[in-house]
Ligand binder design. Structure first.
Ligand code: 3PY
Ligand code: MG
Length: 250
């Protein structure tokens, strides 16, 4: 899979964020050249059945299907992975125990506790899926609260966790500097540095959400391995506003 090849070469992967359900939308995003499409099951309008369909569509267009989930729900994560999901980004991880639960939900024994029933994942990854899933499936713990920041070292020390993913909006709110993306407040950049250092110490991948490809590129240059370069709702919304403005007032 392209994602792991990029990471082996220490290149960053480009992520598209999908909030709205639909396989055609998934195909459009995955065909853009991004390496990952993340289905948002926390703040998006995508349910489990729709995510299953989108996983096929994303995979068919050569990108890796990821999902952002609101919490470690073993049943939900298991179903998504059995359908062929390649990576899980779990919101609001604030402790080592939560990070361990995440790893436990994704990987099979003896690493984790995932129940065996890979079904469609065998078609996505091949017959050796059970033996190789620990090398192929990606687990990101989102650091997006002060509590998560305080615990970032113990979270990063979780065995088999792939990486840390910063949620700038929630992190800013939790820090008392308000919501926002693509931020450059000194205290926010300090928090980013703290997450970066923890990831470096424990040899983890680093991800961050961004609202513009320029900010994402800047983060990629600073060593982030997974950066969001676009999101469906913003693309449609800003495209429509742009069209109306260009049409003008008759
Ligand atoms: C945040 O900015 O809080 C996020 O969760 C980004 O998706
Ligand atoms: Mg968030």
């Amino acid at each position: 899979m392209r994602l792991h090849e990029l990471w082996e070469k220490n290149l960053s992967a480009r992520n598209a964020w999908q909030h709205l359900p639909g396989t055609y939308l998934s195909e459009l995003l995955a065909s853009s050249g991004v390496d990952v499409v993340t289905l948002d099951l926390q703040h998006g309008m995508i349910n489990l059945a729709s995510a299953g369909d989108s996983i096929l569509a994303i995979e068919a267009r050569g990108a890796a299907p990821f999902a952002r989930v609101p919490e470690v729900d073993v049943a939900q994560i298991g179903s998504l992975l059995d359908a062929g999901l390649a990576g899980v980004i779990c919101a609001t991880v604030e402790s080592r125990a939560q990070a361990e639960a995440l790893v436990g939900a994704i990987y099979y024994p003896p690493i984790g506790k995932r129940s065996c029933g890979p079904n469609r994942a065998l078609l996505s990854f091949g017959k050796d899926y059970l033996d190789c899933s620990q090398d192929r499936l990606v687990s990101f713990a989102m650091i997006e609260t002060v509590a998560g920041l305080e615990a970032v070292d113990e979270i990063a020390a979780t065995e088999y966790l792939t990486g840390l993913f910063i949620g700038p909006g929630d992190l800013g709110i939790s820090m008392g500097i308000g919501p926002g993306q693509d931020r450059s407040e000194p205290e926010f950049l300090e928090a980013v540095e703290r997450v970066k250092q923890a990831a470096r110490r424990h040899d983890l991948r680093l991800g961050i959400h961004a609202n513009t490809p320029e900010y994402a590129a800047n983060m990629a240059q600073q060593g982030f391995d997974l950066v969001t370069v676009c999101a469906d709702a913003e693309l449609v919304g800003s495209g429509a506003i742009n069209a109306v403005q260009r049409f003008g007032q008759l």
